[in-house]
Design a binder for this molecule. Sequence first.
Ligand code: GLV
Ligand code: GLV
Length: 325
Amino acid sequence: MGYSFLVTTAIPEPGLQILEDAGRVTVLPEPPGYEELAALCASGEFDVVLTQLRDVIDAPLLQKARVRGVSNYAVGYNNIDVDAATRAGVLVGNTPGVLTDATADIAMLLILGTARRVVEADRLVRDGNFHGWEPELLLGRDVSGSVLGLAGFGRIAKATAKRAMGFEMEVLFSPRPPGDRPVSDEELGEFAGKVKQVPWPELVERSDFLSVHVPLNEQTRHLVDADVLARMKPDAILINTARGPIVDEAALVTALKSGTIAGAGLDVFEDEPRLAPGLAELPNTVLLPHVGSATVAVRSEMARLSALNAVAMAEGRVPPHPVNP
Ligand code: GLV
Ligand code: GLV
C-alpha cells in the first residue's frame, strides 16, 4: 500500500478513514481554485484526486494530470470532461444510488412547498403578520389530483414518481427529453400501468408540476427555455433538483414575473451559487442551496463510496462505481 490521495474538500467519515487505511491523505484547507487544482494534479504527487462538483476537471487539466483516477463526491459528473479523462487514461468514479431517495424527497418537498406557499407562510408568521385564522389566507393549490410531469425517468425520477403516487398525483414522464426513446414494461417494472409515457411537448403542455430529472449535457442544456416555459400552463410550477443549466434561469425569471407560469421550486441554479437577477425577489419561488443529498446518512454513504472508488483506482482496478470503465 502507500497510495497518495488528494481530497479537495474534507468529506464525512468513513470516507477519510478508508483513504487513510490505504495510504497518505492530503485534505486541502479550502476548496482549490482551478489553477491550484491543475498544478496539484500535474505534480505527480497523487495517485487519485477526490473531487467535489465545484472542482472543474476539464480537458487541459486532464492532459497535464498525472493521476490515475478522479473520484467525484456526487452522482452527477458534469464538472468533469469524461471523454478527455478517458483519452488521458484517467478513471472517473461517482456515487450513484445512495442519494436517490433523499433527492426525491427534496423534489416532493419543493412540489408541496410551492403548491402550499410554505416560504411565504413561514415569513408571514415570523414577521408578526399572523392575526388568526382567515378564510382566504395564503390559499394554495391541491397537489392530489394534479399532474406531475417527469422530465427523465432514471432512479431519482422513479423515486419521485413513487412519492407522487402516494400523494395521488397523476404521473406522466418523458424518458429522454427533448427526444424520445421507447420504455418497455420490463423497464417500467412496478410502475407499469401506473405512470404514462408521453412525448416531451405533451409533457410540457399537460403538467401542473414539471420536474426535471435529466443529467446535464449538451442535449439537455437549456432544455427548459423561454419557448418551453411559454408552452406550459399558466398555473404550472417548475421543479428542478437536477442541474441548474438545464433551465434558462433568466427566461424563468421573466416567465415568473409575467405570469407565463405560476411558480418554481429550485434546488439548483444555472451559475451556482449566484442567482439570476430578480429570482430572489420573487415570492412564487422556493429556493434551496443544492441540498438534495444533504442528510447525515446519505453524505456518509457518498463519502464511503467515493473513498472505495478512490482506493480501487489507486490500486489500478476498475472502481465499484465507474463512469468510464
Ligand atoms: C449532487 O448534485 C450530485 O450529483 O451528487
Ligand atoms: C441518479 O441516481 C439518477 O440516475 O437519477
